[in-house]
Design a protein around this ligand. Structure first.
Ligand SMILES: *Cc1c(COP(=O)(O)O)cnc(C)c1O
Length: 452
């Protein structure tokens, strides 16, 4: 039998990040200043980000060199393994060949450190002393907390209140790395106080937590802000995933016909698929590319492609993306990392250009898929990753129905060791199929900013 695990050597860690902006047939729409509605310049973003990251945000260079100190840290867990899911294939009785890239081998258990380490590096290099950020389920917060510990930066994390209460162990992990964690909305910021005045028992949202983190960052010259998804430079840093996949699929002597990734803000998805999309745009193979989002927070499938704010208090620049409206508060489902109102502009743009097929799956279906996957392959996926697992299983079953042996590659972006309570709730029958509220989305979309 062929191998089930494809492992690269340390020297195979990519030396460059791949920038999709170099190969796009049309450039991604400009980021606009929230006041003037004119394209922002580097100086507008300077209070939030160091210049190294701002340059990457707008770069159209195809390959951007990974600094050696960042690669040095990547070495601890990269290259990550790629597996053939033979036992899952057997369980499903599918003729499809299912592969998964496993990003859960990082110290915090997800793909997030790929960008956290890079962002901490560029901030340190620019003389920044402290970072602020938001976190949902705590995956991003713990990745950045680890990276800040490596580069001796202070970190203040605003954690969505529902997760702060539901996932105390992620909070504990962040505090262990030395970060300060505050439940959001909080009384520390004007944005948080405004929400609490209106909704004293607000469960919070990523949009609110971003407002708090941005507000704290712009008040201090030595403090900057870091975002764990959505932005071009974040998606860029994740492209080590797809570059490794291409190498590993070559080792397997196979080529993916279908790529699958879950999408919150789009970073793990982009990380895996952008190197493939680029290859296709340069005349190479064009696999089908499937983006999977929660039915309860359906940005790509039900949102509007429009300019919107990244946060609830409207402190951020305007970006063109698929959005449910910046005031939309998604229901409290368990895949906290997918509870955001907007999609990364590059993923939205690629979707608009017809390069990505968006789809959504319901919470119950995702957990059912995750349990099946764990029983077949042993790895317990993060609730977010379960969306990719569910869609990969749907594709594999379609192959079975059609009698076609296609090759499916999905990104298993994180493990679920901190999400056992969600699995216990699922097994106890406490999880529900969650739909979004059409009225709430309509209300939030009615508040979209008007852009000339
Ligand atoms: C944060 C997170 C996500 C969602 O963010 P993306 O930017 O869309 O990748 C998905 N899965 C895991 C495990 C996460 O930690």
């Amino acid at each position: 039998m062929d191998s089930v695990k494809y492992v690269l050597a340390e020297q195979d860690i990519p030396k460059f990040w791949y920038n999709l902006q170099a190969d796009l047939p049309e450039p991604v729409p400009a980021v606009l200043h929230p006041g003037t509605k004119q394209p922002v310049g580097p100086d507008d973003l300077a209070p939030l980000f160091p210049m190294g990251l701002i340059e990457q945000e707008v770069s159209t260079e195809r390959e951007i060199e990974i600094p050696e100190p960042v690669r040095d840290i990547y070495r601890q867990w990269r290259p990550t393994p790629l597996f053939r899911a033979r036992r899952l294939e057997k369980m499903l009785e599918t003729p499809a060949r299912i592969y998964y890239k496993y990003e859960g081998v990082s110290p915090v258990g997800s793909h997030k450190p790929n960008t956290a380490v890079a962002q901490a590096f560029y901030n340190k290099e620019a003389g920044v002393k402290k970072l602020t950020t938001e976190t949902g389920a705590g995956q991003w917060g713990s990745a950045l907390a680890m990276a800040c510990a490596f580069f001796e930066l202070e970190l203040s994390v605003y954690m969505v209140r529902v997760s702060y209460n539901q996932k105390p162990y992620r909070r504990g992990l962040m505090e262990n790395y030395g970060a300060r964690v505050t439940p959001s909305p909080s009384n520390e910021t004007a944005a948080g106080r405004a929400i609490l005045d209106e909704h004293p028992d607000s469960t919070g949202s990523l949009g609110i937590a971003i407002s708090e983190a941005v507000e704290m960052a712009v008040q201090d010259d030595h403090t900057k802000y870091a975002l764990g998804s959505v932005l071009n430079h974040v998606l860029l840093h994740q492209t080590v995933i797809g570059q490794e996949c291409r190498h590993q699929m070559e080792m397997a002597g196979d080529e993916p016909d279908i790529l699958v990734g879950c999408t919150g803000g789009g970073s793990n998805f982009a990380g895996m698929v952008f190197p493939y999309l680029g290859e296709g745009l340069r005349g190479g193979a064009k696999p089908r590319v499937v983006a999977v989002e929660p039915a309860a927070c359906p940005m790509l499938t039900k949102g509007r492609y429009a300019y919107d704010y990244g946060d609830t208090a409207h402190l951020t620049p305007l970006v063109k993306m698929h959005t449910l409206g910046s005031t939309f508060v998604p229901p409290g489902f368990h895949a906290g990392g997918l509870r955001y109102h907007g999609m990364g502009p590059l993923v939205s743009h690629a979707t608009q250009l017809g390069m990505v097929e968006p789809t959504s799956v319901d919470q119950l279906e995702t957990f059912s898929a995750g349990v099946q996957f764990a029983r077949a392959e042993g790895i317990l996926p993060a609730p977010e990753a379960n969306h990719a697992v569910a869609a990969a299983i749907i594709e594999a079953l379609r192959c079975k129905a059609e009698g076609t042996g296609k090759s499916i590659l999905f990104n298993l972006c994180g493990h679920g060791h901190f999400d056992i309570q969600a699995y216990m709730d699922y097994h106890a029958g406490k999880l529900t199929a969650q739909e979004y509220s059409e009225d709430e989305i309509a209300m939030a979309l009615a508040g979209l900013p008007s852009v000339g």
